[in-house]
Design a protein around this ligand. Structure first.
Ligand code: PGA
Length: 240
């Protein structure tokens, strides 16, 4: 596992943007796995800037988002569908047919998960997976527990995640209780993974991850079993 230690959030975003840009330059048809949340916002701003300045071309890029609330409609401003279009896809020259986001309105969520897993396989697998990390160590919506799911699945959000994410909703009751998420196996199959973390709230989760032990109590620790992971953290997130 490689660690890039940054002074602050701005530097985390720039380092991540450089890695993503390099990936796309090396392979214009790259398959990217993308996260939502506050953490990737700076990365997405940098990628938009590169695209506007004509130094980065997204026309061949294929994307798969990590997760989506369930149930939620696409036009709900808190859906990850809305978030991704608002913060990235509407501002770059990506072919919208190459964008894949789990459907929070699917009538048969199990079928949605199976189809999503197949679509990733059909695209040739994920070349570069970008991850954030939850305060509780979740990656995607793979929450701490006795067991972890390997493939894309419908899952319950933990009270902690509902609480942390309620900051985006008018009231905590509005936070969906479930989500669709790529599984740990779907993530681990990615050829290369970068995980971004900024702020002292992430320090505990990062310190557990860097200890090197693997535990389902902190799903991010599974990354210790992957052979190409880079953790991009700022000083605050390394405080633990
Ligand atoms: P955040 O969320 O980027 O908003 O901190 C990360 C996550 O929950 O995975």
């Amino acid at each position: 596992m490689k660690i890039i230690l940054c002074k602050n959030y701005y530097e985390v975003s720039l380092q991540a943007a450089n890695i993503v840009a390099q990936q796309i330059k090396n392979k214009p048809q790259s398959v990217l796995g993308l996260p939502t949340g506050s953490t990737p916002l700076g990365l997405y701003k940098s990628l938009i800037k590169m695209n506007k300045e004509n130094t980065l071309d997204f026309s061949g890029v294929i994307t798969f988002n990590l997760d989506e609330y369930y149930p939620i409609s696409r036009d709900n401003a808190q859906s990850y569908y809305y978030f991704m279009h608002d913060n990235l896809f509407n501002h770059i020259n990506i072919n919208k047919q190459n964008v894949h986001i789990l459907n929070g309105e699917a009538t048969d969520p199990q079928e949605e998960c199976t189809n999503y897993e197949s679509a990733i396989e059909k695209a040739g697998g994920i070349d570069l997976q970008v991850l954030g990390i939850g305060q509780n160590g979740h990656i995607g919506f793979n929450e701490p527990g006795n067991t972890l799911k390997s493939t894309t699945n419908l899952t319950d959000l933990t009270p902690n995640t509902i609480d942390v994410n309620s900051r985006f909703f008018e009231k905590i009751e509005d936070v969906p209780k479930k989500s669709l998420t790529m599984g740990i196996g779907s993530i681990m199959k990615s050829k290369k993974i970068i995980l971004l973390a900024s702020g002292v709230e992430k320090a505990n989760a990062i310190s557990e991850l860097l200890k090197g032990d693997i535990t389902t109590a902190n799903p991010s620790t599974l990354l210790n079993a992957h052979r190409d992971v880079t953790i991009i953290v700022d000083n605050a997130a390394m405080e633990g």
